[in-house]
Design a protein around this ligand. Structure first.
Ligand code: PLP
Length: 380
């Protein structure tokens, strides 16, 4: 039992609602065969998957043009699956906008499979503190590409597309029925705002941030793109082959991460009850506003490198103290108060607060409180 509240600011796996963990814990020991031990081909597990899919469809207003999958291999396996399924046929070229660590990982994998073109070349030491102006995007031949890939929220660098600011028309033209298809890595901001299903063809994200435990990758794919011999490579490994999953019972080709799907199902049900997508969008805006307002009012003691500020992430807030030596002081003071996992990613250094759907406003207020104390103590 905790003697004080604990807030986990980890970038993932991350905090889940305590009520969901309590239910998972109770169910584990009270069912004859728990969801962790049950066959993924059983009627019961199929029902769990169907419920998870139906709640996800409700929360994100996903319509019948799309299929929903809980794939293995995390988001990283989709870095490979996407080019195998979309850029292995008539079009071998794909465009990648690299705005941070994750989209640069995605293009690295795609480059092994297709002709992956970087939309914005930042040279050898990219900073990833902004999204470039459209005039800097190399999209001259984008109409010849199989697809265009972007990451809606960069978890490490804290850069997020503002709602509705993706230049759909410049990439897709007037319709999205044909290539280039728009592919979005929404791993760290899925379920925190609406997705435009008229524009996107594939949206994917690991479960371990806004949804549940690690182990599954929610991948939402336009149906007509799943079994297309003119787009796919014939040598696609089976775990990357969307068609294989589509044609398997309950859309599972092999044994899925049953634990992850089950706890995700519990949390998706919880999210529907809490008020659905709009509730989490407002919460994400409010949480990040509180933190950025404090950073901006700290007279430069705390800084966030993302510029212009409209590209600041609502989910992952990297911040720096005046010297790296102060990081440890801050981190230990925060940990004493139950504010955990605030150390920045190794590529950026500094600190980072990740605030996904289960993070209550109280957690952010507690964080600001400690940040204020550290500033008052050391910022003279
Ligand atoms: N894309 C983004 C935006 C991420 O934040 C991450 C992981 O943190 C990944 C992809 C990779 O996900 P996974 O670890 O599930 O493969």
């Amino acid at each position: 039992a905790h003697s004080r509240p604990v807030y986990n600011f980890s970038a993932g796996p991350c905090m889940l609602p305590r009520s969901v963990l309590q239910q998972a814990s109770d169910d584990l020991l009270s069912w004859d065969i728990s969801a962790m031990e049950m066959s993924h081909r059983s009627r019961e597990f199929t029902d769990i998957s169907l419920q998870a899919e139906s709640d996800l469809r409700k929360l994100l207003s996903i319509d019948d043009r799309f299929e929903v999958f809980f794939f293995p291999g995390g988001a990283t396996l989709q870095f490979s699956a996407i080019p195998y399924n979309l850029a292995g046929g008539v079009r071998r070229k794909a465009y990648y906008l690299t705005t941070g660590l994750w989209s640069s990982q995605a293009i690295k994998e795609a480059g092994k499979i297709c002709d992956a073109v970087e939309v914005w070349d930042q040279g050898t030491k990219p900073q990833y503190t902004t999204i470039p102006d459209l005039s800097k995007w190399n999209i001259r031949d984008v109409k010849d590409a199989a697809y265009f890939h972007y990451c809606d929220n960069e978890t490490v660098h804290g850069v997020e597309f503002p709602q509705g600011e993706f230049p759909f028309k410049e990439i897709l033209g007037d319709a999205n029925a044909h290539a280039p298809y728009l592919v979005c890595d929404a791993s760290s901001n899925i379920l925190t705002r609406e997705i435009d299903w008229d524009r996107h063809s594939v949206v994917y994200g690991g479960t371990q941030k806004n949804v549940g435990p690690a182990g599954a990758c929610i991948t939402i794919i336009r149906r007509d793109l799943i079994d297309r011999k003119d787009l796919q490579r014939a040598d696609t490994p089976v775990l990357c082959d969307w068609r294989q999953f589509m044609n398997s019972p309950a859309k599972y080709h092999n044994t899925p991460a049953t634990w992850s799907v089950w706890v995700s199902a519990l949390n998706l049900r919880h999210m529907v009850k809490e008020g659905g997508g709009l509730h989490y969008q407002k919460l994400a805006e409010e949480r990040s506003r509180i933190l950025y307002d404090f950073i901006d009012s700290s007279n430069g003691f705390y800084t966030n490198p993302v510029t212009p500020i409209k590209y600041r992430s609502r989910m992952n807030v990297p911040f720096f103290l005046p010297t790296p030596a102060l990081d440890d002081l801050f981190l230990s003071k925060a940990a004493q108060r139950g504010l955990l996992e605030l150390r920045g990613h190794k590529v950026t250094g500094g600190c980072r607060a990740s605030m996904y759907n289960a993070m209550p406003l109280e957690g952010v207020h507690a964080l600001v409180e400690v940040m204020k104390e550290v500033k008052d103590e050391w910022g003279k």
